[in-house]
Structure formats: structure tokens, C-alpha cells
Design a protein around this ligand. Sequence first.
Ligand code: PNS
Length: 173
Amino acid sequence: MKDIVAIYPGSFDPVTNGHLDLIRRGSKLFDRLIVAIARNLDKGEALFSLAERREMLVAMTSELDNVCVDTFEGLLVAYCISKNANAVLRGIRAVSDYEFELQMALMNRKMEPRVETVFMMPAEQYSYLSSRIVREIARLGGPLTGLVPNMVEERVRQKIAQTHAVHTSTHLL
Ligand code: PNS
């Protein structure tokens, strides 16, 4: 039997319950799953540093023996080859995700035919959930219950309070 190593790439800014649902599903399907946090230069200012995102993901996946967390820079397919991975795992929530995911999967396949993309659906209660929406709700003081783990909720609230304090103090200068 082939040893299937899959990479689950993303920004994870921050990790949500939807991501964790997919990680659990992936860990049952693949021999090894590497959750790979991208240093994503296109996405502008991130809420959390790579190290902070990694720390939260490590804490949230510690009970899954075949899952590890890493960071990467540059092309995803180059990273896959460097890790001897044969699959990329991506979650599809709604039809709106499909177009972008299809483009990415086909482009990755064109660049590196040895790596297959596997799509999985998260549990339906997470189908409207994204890190972007979590950041927005948190910035506007809304509830994050059920969207992210408690530890992540606490870290998001601390971070928003810190950023707010820095903005207020620079305005006062
Ligand atoms: O969680 P996200 O932001 O939807 O993840 C997007 C990510 C990080 C998977 C994607 O931007 C990516 O693969 N970036 C690495 C650079 C790369 O390989 N780009 C070419 C994609 S065809």
C-alpha cells in the first residue's frame, strides 16, 4: 500500500472550527497530514504572526498523532515535493469556493502532476465560516462562540484589544 502524505495549506489567520473539522476528517483518510501555514504576501496585514498561528494550530491538533504543523513560503507544489507529499487537501464550503479552488488545483497540477488535490466538505454548520468573517466579527465586538475554539477566541480578543490600544495611542500623539 502507498503511504499517502497530504498537505493541508492555508492562511489560518486564525484557525477556525471549520479548519479543525477538515483536519480531523483528513487525519482519518491520509497516513500523514501536514497542516502548512502559508506566508501569504498577497493578503496584506495578517492579524496573527506565523508563529502565533502555528502555536494555536499545534495546541488544537495535539491529540491527532498523524498530524503535524509547519509553515511554508513560495510555491505550494514545491513545498509538497520537498515533503514527499502526494496530495493537497482543500475544503470546499459552497459553490462560490469552487471556481477559485478549481483554478488553483488545475494550475498546481499543471506545474506538478505528481501532486493530486483532494477536496473535502466540512460539516454543514461550518459552511458559512471563514477566518475573514471571524476577524470581522471580533473587530466589531460580536460573539465567536462555536466559530473558533475557546483558546483561539481568547487570543483573538486579546489581539484586537492590543491593536485597538496601539491605534488609540498613536492617534493621541
Ligand atoms: O486559506 P487560504 O488563504 O485560502 O489559502 C490559500 C493558499 C495559501 C493555499 C494559496 O494562496 C497558496 O497555495 N499559496 C502558495 C503560493 C502558490 O503556490 N501559489 C500558486 C497557486 S496556483
